[in-house]
Design a protein around this ligand. Structure first.
Ligand SMILES: Nc1nc2c(ncn2[C@@H]2O[C@H](COP(=O)(O)OP(=O)(O)OP(=O)(O)O)[C@@H](O)[C@H]2O)c(=O)[nH]1
Ligand SMILES: [Mg+2]
Ligand SMILES: [Zn+2]
Length: 314
């Protein structure tokens, strides 16, 4: 069978969604997976940029492997990060967020918190995959460090992608069915191991994508969409970031994203309390009593101050 036809039948079988979808967005060129399984290198009619990985689009084929994006469907969700004045939609139309963490190298609480806050902003469920469970000591410590996240309602799944890949696959795959899952993780946690397990030809597909876009540029800095190999469902891989700015969040959004603060909201002396310095603040009292973690409160303060600074920018 010709390879493109093979792709087509695979896509039809796995991709029940008949809409064309952006696999990789590069500004000037975007790679679109057509309902027939073909990948087209597309330009956008009119509006430049503003297209994100995961966008559903209407596209018209104009050549062998090229096309034009005519319109973009309204997004159900947008997963964003913003550093300084730059805000970027990493991925669109996602249903849940997965973070890969490990005991070694130790994961960053703050990065996990930040990505989870962006998920909370849109009420997206968060699952943390604690990988490298075969390394007992570091995993014990990581488990303790994850306890506050478990308490916040995030699902934690322990796996060893290296020593028990099939077991991990059996457990994780059903959680990905018929959904679009955004994957994040710091370098060394096992994100590639997970992706390669769930999308066995992910590496080859990444090469295809780079070739189709005819660019060595941006290869590691952009999000990539993959259809799962064994069932319907989509995984969007994001680059391993070291920073995750949240300047786009308003003070209210930040407050709501900290689930542990909820019981205390409305109990401060001042109705417009920022929970940073005011006397009679119920949140600060809860921190003092250990009912809210000091590290999480510190992050809350950092985000709130950053948000206030951004709000004052011209
Ligand atoms: N012990 C152990 N090592 C693992 C496991 N999973 C992955 N590793 C190792 O951890 C290292 C990082 O794994 P990757 O899958 O490349 O991690 P990544 O998150 O993609 O990292 P970058 O590509 O560098 O961002 C590799 O040396 C893997 O072999 C595991 O379950 N147990
Ligand atoms: Mg990797
Ligand atoms: Zn307060």
């Amino acid at each position: 069978m010709r390879r493109d036809l093979q792709h087509a039948s695979l896509a039809q079988e796995l991709n029940k969604d008949p809409r064309a979808r952006v696999v990789a967005a590069h500004g000037r060129h975007d790679l679109v997976l057509m309902p027939n399984g073909q990948l087209l290198n597309c330009v956008t009619r009119g509006r430049k940029g503003g297209i994100a990985c995961g966008d559903f689009v209407n596209a018209t084929q104009t050549g062998d492997a090229s096309g034009v994006i005519d319109s973009i469907a309204k997004r159900s969700t947008e997963f964003m990060r913003s550093d300084g004045l730059r805000t970027k939609v990493l991925a669109a139309n996602i249903d849940q967020v997965w973070g890969v963490v490990a005991g070694t190298p130790p994961f960053s609480d703050e990065l996990v918190s930040r990505a989870a806050i962006e998920a909370e902003r849109q009420s997206l469920p968060v699952t943390l995959i604690l990988n490298k469970a075969d390394l007992k000591g570091p995993t014990d410590i990581a488990r303790q460090r994850l306890a506050p996240f478990a308490k916040l309602g995030y699902r934690i799944e322990e796996v060893s992608l290296k020593t028990e890949p099939e077991r991990a696959k059996e457990r994780l795959l059903p959680m990905l069915a018929d959904r679009t899952t955004l994957l994040f993780g710091e370098s060394g946690m096992g994100k590639s191991s997970l992706l390669n397990l769930l999308v066995p030809n992910a590496n080859a597909r990444t090469r295809d994508i780079s070739l189709a876009l005819n660019s060595g540029r941006h290869t590691t800095t952009d999000a990539r969409l993959y259809n799962l190999t064994d069932q319907a469902g989509v995984m969007i891989d994001t680059p391993g970031f070291q920073e995750f700015g949240l300047n786009h969040l308003s003070a209210g959004q930040i407050e709501r994203a900290f689930a542990e603060m909820k019981p205390f909201l409305g109990q401060c002396r001042f109705y417009n309390c920022t929970h940073l310095v005011e006397p009679g603040c119920a949140i600060r009292e809860a921190v003092t009593k250990g009912e809210i973690s000091a590290a999480r409160y510190q992050l809350f303060c950092d985000l709130t101050r950053q948000s206030m600074r951004s709000a004052h920018l011209p």
